[in-house]
Design a protein around this ligand. Structure first.
Ligand code: SAM
Length: 250
C-alpha cells in the first residue's frame, strides 16, 4: 500500500515513520509512505501557504491552491480515491474505518494547521475528513500518524505475528485480554495460574472470558454482536459477579 502525507511540517512525521514496525514495513517493501511538503507547491516566491480568513477573525487559513497542486502532483503514483483531510470535524476514527482505509491500494492524508484549511479543499479535493477524537490539536500531523499506524497494522506482513493483531482490542469487536510476563510473582501479585499450566484450550478460554469481562465493565456498548460461545462465557461472568456482589462463592 502507498500512503501519502501532505504537510507544512514534514519534520514532525519523518522520524516516527522511520522507527519500529513502520520503518521495517517500508524497508521490506510492504508499505510505501511518502511525505510531501505542501509549501513546495505554493505559487509565490515567498512560498505562502496560508492567508488571513475572509470575513476577518483570528488566525490564518491554509490556502487551497498549494493543496490542490500538491495532491494533483501525486496523480501518477496515487489513485487519489482516498484523499482525506485530518480534521476534528471529521468522521471519528475507529477500527471499522481503519479496516475500510486499509482496503484501498493507496491513501493520501492532508494535515491542516493554524485555524484550519480553506473549505474548498474538503469539498472538492477530498473523499472526506477524519478525526482522531473530540479534542483539538495544533496540527494534523499527529492524527495522520495515528491513521498510518492503525492502517498499517491491518496490512499483511506488517505485524510479524498476525495472531497478535487478531487478539488486539476491537479486532473482533471486544477489548483485548489482560497480559502477563515474567516474573510469576511480583511484590506478592501473582500472575493467573491458568497461564502457567500449559493447557492451551484453557488459556484460550480464560483469555476470551477475561476480554469479555473487561469489555462488560469498561465498554458494555461493544457487547452487541456476540456469538453463542461468547454469550455462554458472558452468562458465566454475570453469575460470578452477581455472586461476588452478594458475597457468595461463585
Ligand atoms: N479551527 C479548526 C476547527 O475548529 O475545527 C481546528 C483547527 S486545528 C487548530 C489545526 C489542524 O489540526 C486541523 O486543520 C486538523 O488538520 C488538525 N487537527 C486538530 N485536531 C484534530 C483531530 N482531533 N483530528 C484530526 N485532525 C485534527
Amino acid at each position: 500500500m502507498r500512503i501519502d502525507i501532505l504537510t507544512l511540517f514534514p519534520e514532525i512525521v519523518e522520524a516516527p515513520l522511520r522507527a519500529s514496525l513502520l520503518g521495517k514495513a517500508q524497508e521490506a517493501g510492504r508499505l510505501e509512505i511518502v511525505v510531501t511538503n505542501i509549501r513546495d507547491f505554493a505559487l509565490d516566491r515567498h512560498k505562502t501557504a496560508d492567508d488571513a480568513p475572509f470575513g476577518g477573525g483570528a488566525g490564518m487559513v491554509m490556502k487551497c491552491e498549494p493543496l490542490f497542486a500538491a495532491v494533483e502532483s501525486l496523480r501518477d503514483r496515487n489513485s487519489l480515491s482516498q484523499v482525506y483531510l485530518m480534521s476534528p470535524r471529521g468522521r471519528r476514527l475507529d477500527q471499522s474505518i481503519v479496516r475500510e482505509l486499509a482496503q484501498g491500494p493507496d491513501l493520501a492524508l492532508i494535515c491542516g494547521r493554524y485555524e484550519g484549511v480553506d473549505e474548498r479543499v474538503s469539498q472538492h479535493l477530498c473523499a472526506g475528513e477524519l478525526s482522531i477524537g473530540d479534542y483539538v490539536l495544533s496540527g494534523g500531523e499527529l492524527p495522520a500518524l495515528v491513521v498510518v499506524e492503525a492502517v498499517s497494522r491491518m496490512l499483511p506482513g506488517v505485524v510479524g505475528d498476525w495472531e497478535s493483531v487478531e487478539t488486539d482490542s476491537f479486532y473482533d469487536g471486544v477489548l483485548g485480554p489482560p497480559q502477563y510476563t515474567r516474573p510469576r510473582e511480583f511484590r506478592g501479585y501473582a500472575a493467573p495460574q491458568v497461564l502457567l499450566d500449559g493447557d492451551h484450550a484453557a488459556i484460550e478460554r480464560w483469555r476470551r472470558k477475561e476480554a469479555l469481562r473487561l469489555t462488560r465493565r469498561r465498554r458494555p456498548d461493544l457487547l452487541n454482536n456476540l456469538d453463542k460461545d461468547d454469550r455462554v462465557l458472558l452468562a458465566e461472568i454475570e453469575r460470578e459477579e452477581d455472586a461476588e456482589r452478594k458475597g457468595e462463592q461463585p
